[in-house]
Design a protein around this ligand. Structure first.
Ligand SMILES: [Zn+2]
Length: 366
């Protein structure tokens, strides 16, 4: 049985954990306790959401979602800046009905199963803190580094205050009996990690790492703390495609694979940006390249305006029976303001299927 944090306990816990935050007017007395006759608490966990919208503070604190779901819609709001806003101290309308099996797992701090309506339901607003993190939830909108860092600190602050483990941290998608999908989406980076997908498994691992340290701890970041550690980039194609003959063509590598530098993710078809040194290889596989005919491959360097500044040496993949394969070494130093792409030129005179392109490199920034 844990009583919800008082305003003074919120402030102390957040400050100790290094959370930057502001307090919305009236937050210490905002809540649905009186209106519903249901007092918030005892508390059992921290439920994480994304807003699926922009500039949602007004909605979350004041407007709500119509008469059926009045505000406040969360205890805290986390915009892209990473500066948390405390919205309400009392009962908030964020969780809806939680599946009994998920709820029980959060209370027991055991692995959370898929929410099953058949297991029964619990009013999640009775005992879960709720945070709304600003993100469109379209799978493309990126949680900023600042946002994710604060999200980890916020969840850790709650857990540390209540002496909970990361097992008390859950996502709405893990409790909802209505199939809510949040929180999800790409994260710009955290600590030494470049871009990655927000999953509850990862968030809990990051909260656990914080809880293993003193609350004043900060994750190391590449530039200041560990400049010699290379970052790993491993990119591939989402799908094969047909390469027409006659013109150099950028390879559109996907974000599906590891991209620790994050250079590729926001700048496709760029796979690395300067200043950096990288070394690795690109493996290529084509179908339909006539025996003895050639597809050329090279790296090409662009400036900030996207203008081609340098084309690097050409490698050739020669058509062989049963499919054509090639491996290119890629090692280069790239200056500040420059970016690198992979390009192909089909010289066979007919369309060739590019079945796979896999780029693997270690990148040292600076
Ligand atoms: Zn939600």
């Amino acid at each position: 049985m844990a009583a919800p944090m008082t305003p003074a306990e919120w402030r102390a816990a957040l400050r100790a954990e290094g959370v930057r935050f502001t307090e919305l007017e009236g937050w210490t007395s905002r809540g649905r306790d009186a209106a519903t006759g249901k007092i918030f608490g005892p508390v059992h966990g921290s439920l994480n959401h994304h807003t699926a919208g922009r500039d949602s503070l007004n909605l979350i604190a004041y407007r709500g979602q119509g008469p059926a779901v009045p505000a406040p819609l969360a205890h805290a709001f986390l915009p892209k800046t990473g500066v948390l806003v405390l919205v309400a101290d009392g009962r908030a309308n964020h969780a809806g009905l939680a599946a009994r099996n998920s709820w029980d797992a959060i209370v027991a701090e055991t692995a959370i199963p898929r929410p099953s309506k058949a297991s029964g339901t619990v009013d999640g607003n009775d005992g879960l803190y709720g945070i709304e993190v600003e993100n469109l939830g379209d799978g493309r909108d990126v949680y900023t580094r600042e946002q994710y860092d604060t999200l980890v600190r916020y969840n850790a602050a709650i857990c540390r205050h209540h002496d909970w483990s990361e097992g008390s941290v859950a996502g709405h998608l893990e409790t909802s009996v209505e199939g809510k999908p949040d929180p999800a989406g790409p994260v710009g980076g955290y600590g030494l990690r470049g871009r990655f997908a927000l999953t509850m498994r990862q968030l809990r691992a990051d909260v656990a790492e914080r809880l293993a340290h003193a609350p004043s701890w900060s994750p190391p970041t590449t530039k200041e703390d560990d400049p010699m550690t290379p970052q790993y980039v491993n990119l591939g194609l989402a799908d094969g495609y047909w390469l027409e003959p006659g013109a150099w063509d950028d390879v559109e590598l996907t974000t599906e694979w590891t991209d620790e530098t994050g250079d590729h993710a926001a700048n496709s078809p760029v796979f690395v940006k300067g200043p950096a040194t990288f070394t690795g290889s690109v493996s290529l596989r084509f179908e339909g390249l006539p025996v003895g005919k050639v597809v050329q491959a090279r790296m090409a360097e662009y400036d900030a305006a996207g203008k081609l500044k340098a084309s690097h040496p050409i490698h050739e993949v020669i058509g062989t029976p049963g499919g054509s394969f090639g491996i290119l070494p890629i090692t280069k130093r790239i200056a500040s303001g420059r970016s690198m792409r992979m390009r192909l030129l089909n010289q066979s005179g007919e369309a060739v299927e590019v079945v796979s392109v896999v780029l693997t490199a270690l990148v040292w920034e600076g």
